[in-house]
Design a protein around this ligand. Structure first.
Ligand code: 7PM
Length: 289
């Protein structure tokens, strides 16, 4: 099987020979993690710059809250939030930028403004999203979510969560490949916390190697999530930094190639220790062959 050590982000190659850090930059007014402090482009750039200095390899810009139960934001509002920030980041920072969106209009405008990665928590299920992503030159992270942010935590049920999530992601990757997207533009993400109970999240995390074996780079986002709060006995979000860093290192040990995190410095330390002392993870593979 041919091996791709890089992710093609609109012609800019991100090496995946070691796990990479995606720093989260929320530009929503209601984000649970930052309280919407980064709505102004200058504040957003300052925060992103600090994340890059702490070791972030990608900055993920999100303008729509995906909080469980949240209402969708009209695309015009999402554009108003993210485009000025992407434009400012593009001019200020050397790293690839990611756009966290499910809307085809936002994907196209964000890519035109310099985003090199489309991060869709809805797995490209919105009408037009698959085509918008495929038509771009950007890398695409396809995430699994059961239902919609509004409905996803209503009694999630699976017969076999690992099989269902891997099956969904494999099908989405095939759909992209069928539209001409090469394997080195595709990333898969099991979507921790999106329509999953703690038990489902644990089964997915412990089964990450199975998702990795599909042959695409895997992204893991567990930073500050309630599954970590639950493991620590209902620990509030401010007390989840250490758990998030440990989980990032464990994910890397299972073969994840990108970790999406809020606390970049702690994650960088955890990944450095994993790399020095943890089990060796082989090169990432493409889905080719
Ligand atoms: C409220 C609830 C606000 C949940 C934010 C969140 C992921 C993501 C998010 C992920 C990928 C968060 C989530 N999570 N994109 N976007 N993977 N690819 O905790 O796990 O940041 S939003």
């Amino acid at each position: 099987m041919p091996v791709s050590l890089t992710l093609d982000c609109s012609g800019r190659r991100l090496r995946l020979d070691r796990p990479r850090i995606m720093g989260v930059l929320n530009v929503t007014p209601d984000s649970f993690s930052d309280g919407g402090r980064f709505l102004e482009p200058e504040a957003a750039v300052a925060h992103a710059r600090a994340m890059v200095e702490a070791g972030a390899d990608i900055i993920d810009v999100g303008g729509e809250s995906t909080r469980p139960g949240s209402e969708p934001v009209p695309f015009e509002e999402e554009l108003r939030r993210v485009i000025p920030v992407l434009t400012a980041l593009r001019a200020a920072l050397p790293v690839p930028l990611s756009i966290d969106t499910s809307k085809p209009e936002v994907m196209r405008a964000a890519v035109a403004a310099g985003a090199g990665l489309i991060n869709d928590v809805n797995g490209l299920r919105a009408p037009g999203a698959l085509a918008a992503a495929a038509d771009s030159a950007a890398a695409i992270c396809v995430m699994h979510m059961r239902g919609t942010p509004r409905s996803m935590q209503r009694e999630p049920r699976y017969d076999d969560v690992l099989r269902e999530v891997c099956g969904f992601l494999a099908e989405r990757a095939s759909a992209l490949r069928g539209l001409g997207v090469p394997a080195d533009r595709i990333v898969l993400d099991p979507g921790f916390g999106f329509g999953k109970t703690l038990e489902h999240n644990v089964a997915l995390f412990r089964g990450l190697a199975e998702l990795v074996s599909l042959g695409y780079p895997v992204l893991v986002g567990v930073s500050r999530k309630s599954m970590l709060g639950a493991i620590l006995g209902d620990r509030p979000v401010e007390g989840r930094v250490t758990a998030s860093a440990v989980a990032a290192a464990l994910a890397a040990g299972y073969g994840a190639r990108i970790v999406r995190v809020h606390d970049v410095a702690a994650t960088a330390d955890a990944l450095a220790v994993q790399r020095a002392l943890g089990r060796t993870v082989g090169p990432p593979t493409t889905g080719e062959g």
